[in-house]
Design a protein around this ligand. Structure first.
Ligand SMILES: [Zn+2]
Ligand SMILES: [Zn+2]
Length: 433
């Protein structure tokens, strides 16, 4: 088997890994790196034409954003994914295309071609040719780890994983067997230790209570898909049970559309959530606490006494969240709660690092409102990633990807053993295994 890292090697973003063997040339993920100027996987068009299969781990654009470009470059084969991932990428890619407009590496036609060539695989179901199988990754709706069977050997690619079960999703599968592993390291640093969910929830709710008592509003930038839904359900749960004072939760941007997709794919959510949907009068997706601002001015949001606003984009690189930030940033009673991973150089990361001025298009926003990092995460922390690797059987080599420099080294250092070699690949580097 030959493995080549075309992206997400010593970086986060543009995940793309080429696996070759038994005459197959399989591409695992094909994402973009969202920055001011997007970066794409390091794959030539001539190479794209020679691919035999493509597999997508989950819908996030750092794994899926370059997929339509494969068809623009002449790829004619299938892309394997779970059903929820298919539904979610339709939403995310259509939106990405709207933002990219004239400099996009693909057009709507290519997105349509991609959608026509999707091959759905359920968790634990082996593909007809017995090469690909998905396992639950616990990261977002539909997220999968990929098992690849070639040359009599087995490779496991984690994509993004979360070992802990959350309000909506069960944690990822552990104890799998494989010869080789490619693992993410978003929070692989030794200092990356998540607090237990119960504690995180407690901190989150009491922070909001404190802000509301002082008369402030709460702004939560969120990815269309991921922590947003978990946060929403946590809030709904506390409001319904009276543990929080009545507040309206305003949903804006793609969070709303993604919520619909979550509900349509309820069979992929935890049993308990399915039961509540079936019960009818207790459907957590249709809570009276949610509101969707209709006017462009968002007057109702700013006029309401108490407001919690969830809006895209998650790293504050654009989207309706910026309009809310502009209005709320000047008042130190308000709070900005960051809930997801913020990539290096993104506005969200800069605010977390203490910057007080943020650029939005040609305007400068002076940020006086509080900025707080919520302890929720859709990724496993250092301890859990190590636990995941240690739970595996027969492992000979681990490739550590999808992480910032020191985190990769921390994780590699913690998972290597007498029998297992840990490697941090460089971009474009190949390995015969
Ligand atoms: Zn992800
Ligand atoms: Zn990712």
């Amino acid at each position: 088997m030959k493995i080549t890292f075309l992206g997400a090697a010593r970086e986060v973003g543009r995940s793309a890994i080429l696996v070759e063997g038994d005459g197959e040339r399989i591409l695992l993920d094909c994402g973009i790196k969202t920055k001011r100027n997007e970066e794409f996987p390091l794959i030539e068009n001539s190479e794209i034409k020679k691919l035999t299969k493509v597999v997508l781990s989950h819908a996030h654009l750092d794994h899926s954003g370059y997929l339509p470009a494969l068809y623009a470059a002449g790829y004619e084969g299938k892309v394997y994914m779970t059903k929820p991932t298919r539904d979610l990428i339709q939403l995310l890619l259509a939106d990405a295309l709207k933002i990219q407009k004239d400099w996009s590496p693909y057009n709507k036609n290519d997105v349509d071609l991609l959608l026509k060539n999707i091959e759905i695989l359920e968790y634990n179901q082996l593909s007809k040719d017995k090469i690909i199988r998905f396992q639950n990754a616990g990261h977002i709706l539909g997220s999968a780890m990929t098992e690849i069977f070639l040359e009599g050997k087995k490779l496991l690619y984690t994509g993004d994983i979360n070992l802990r079960s959350s309000r909506l999703l069960s944690g990822c599968r552990t104890g799998l067997e494989a010869d080789f592993l490619i693992i993410e390291s978003t929070y692989g640093g030794k200092e990356d230790l998540h607090v237990p969910t119960k504690e995180a929830t407690g901190e989150f709710i009491s922070k909001i209570r404190e802000v509301q008592q002082e008369g402030g509003k709460v702004l939560i930038p969120t990815f269309a898909v991921g922590r947003g839904q978990e946060i929403l359900f946590t809030l709904e749960n506390h409001l319904k049970s009276g543990l929080m004072n009545e507040t309206t939760i305003f949903l804006d941007g793609m969070v709303k559309k993604a919520l619909k997709i979550y509900r349509h794919n309820a069979i992929y959510l935890k049993k308990e959530v399915q039961r509540r949907i079936l019960a009818g009068d207790d459907d957590p997706f249709k809570s009276d606490f949610y509101k969707f601002p209709k006017t462009k001015s968002k007057k109702e949001v700013f006029q309401s006494k108490k407001a919690i606003i969830l809006s895209t984009s998650g790293m504050m690189t654009g989207g309706p969240v910026m309009g809310y930030l502009e209005k709320l940033a000047g008042d130190e009673k308000n709070i900005l709660i960051i809930v997801g991973y913020q990539s290096e150089g993104s506005p969200g990361r800069k605010l977390l690092e203490g910057e007080k001025r943020i650029k939005n298009k040609d305007k400068i926003i002076d940020v006086k409102m509080r900025v707080w990092n919520s302890p929720f995460s859709a990724h496993s922390d250092h301890k859990e990633l190590v636990q995941f690797v240690k739970s595996m059987k027969g492992l000979k080599k681990v490739f550590v990807v999808h992480g910032e420099n020191e985190k990769l080294f921390d994780l590699a250092d913690s998972v290597k053993s007498k029998n297992t070699e840990a490697i941090i690949p460089h971009l474009k580097e190949s390995f015969e295994v």
